[in-house]
Design a protein around this ligand. Structure first.
Ligand code: FUB
Length: 321
């Protein structure tokens, strides 16, 4: 009798404990390239639907008040609403501006300037959409400085200006968005696109500011393999120069492989930083078998990012943001 009571209490405490953590993956289904951010006082994840390119014709989004319970918002954008896009809708990045939500996305996986596609922008009144095509054509529809127009990240600088940092095929550009997001403005040096590619860069750029410094992060390795990973650099401006410091996210053969293409959420007023990324569950080898996970990202006392410990338990429930 005593033994069964103890067992019951043990199970109860165990369940309550696990309920306090998000678990990894944090959302169900095959998803990749997650952008995590705070919008309208909630946590949001905007991922790529990880499937063959011809099936990547929509995006889902997920929201949460505590990082543990996530609500799915299906098909927030669909290629039926973007007449120039027909496959490979990738790596969404969302920016809130003047009360509206702008979703930047890659489409069609263009391999040359002679085909239609590239980076587009869609707009909605709420983070959950529905998003409609903002321009009727791509915002960036060709290769500049060798960068394939994919993997865009909408970065807001200290002065409120927005930039797109983007690029595949081993090249990364920064370009300034015009105030109404209908086009691009020239940079201070008169150019439209400045290449900021650091050593090792492959794709998936991300940038944030901490203690006045610009942290630039990117994916290395091949996204279909186990060695996909994330490295970073620090500079005094968003234009660099960026010197690679080292890898901070990679596979752990005991947990998962191919950990890469990430984003970072910071809880304002705290030093709590979360890395949102995709990885491949053990035993899976299919390129699209990718799931979205969250773990803590920590800094040392000099401001360097510590290697991320990837976990199955994820992050602890948060209250407020
Ligand atoms: O999901 C499609 C592509 O895979 C992304 O654009 C790349 O960054 C890689 O994660």
């Amino acid at each position: 009798m005593k033994y069964s009571l103890l067992l019951f209490l043990f199970i109860l405490v165990g369940c309550a404990g696990s309920d306090r953590y998000s678990g990894n993956p944090v959302i169900d289904g095959w998803y990749a390239d997650p952008e995590g951010l705070i919008l309208d006082n909630s946590y949001w994840i905007f991922p790529t639907f990880s499937a063959p390119y011809s099936e990547q014709v929509f995006l889902d989004a997920f929201s949460s008040d505590d990082m543990v319970e996530w609500e799915k918002h299906s098909r927030i954008i669909d290629t039926s609403a973007v007449r120039w896009a027909n496959k490979a809708i990738w790596a969404p990045s969302v920016a809130e501006k003047d009360g509206r939500f702008f979703l930047f996305f890659g489409a069609n996986d263009i391999q040359s300037d002679s085909v239609t596609g590239g980076i587009g922008v869609a707009v909605a009144e709420s983070p959950a959409g529905p998003y409609s095509d903002y321009l009727g054509h791509p915002l960036i529809d060709r290769f500049y400085n060798g960068a394939q127009p994919i993997d865009q990240f909408a970065f807001k600088d200290k002065d409120g200006s927005y930039y797109l940092i983007y690029g595949g095929w081993g090249h990364c550009n920064i370009t300034k968005l015009s105030d109404d997001f209908t086009g691009l403005d020239t940079l201070a040096d008169g150019s439209l696109f400045k290449e900021i590619t650091p050593e090792g860069y492959v794709e998936g750029p991300f940038m944030f500011i901490r203690d006045g410094k610009y942290y630039f992060m990117w994916s290395e390795g091949g996204w279909t393999g186990p060695d996909y990973s994330v490295a970073y650099a620090i500079a005094d401006t968003p234009f660099g120069p960026f010197t690679r410091i080292g890898k901070i996210l990679q596979q752990n053969p005991a947990i998962a492989t191919g950990a890469g293409h990430h984003s970072v959420i910071h809880r304002e007023g705290t030093d709590d930083w979360y890395i949102v990324y995709h990885r491949r569950p053990l035993g899976q080898t299919d390129a699209n078998a990718r799931v979205v996970c969250i773990d803590m990202m920590e800094f040392d006392d000099k401001g360097f990012i510590m290697p991320v410990v990837i976990t199955d338990k994820g992050v602890i429930r948060v209250t407020g943001n």
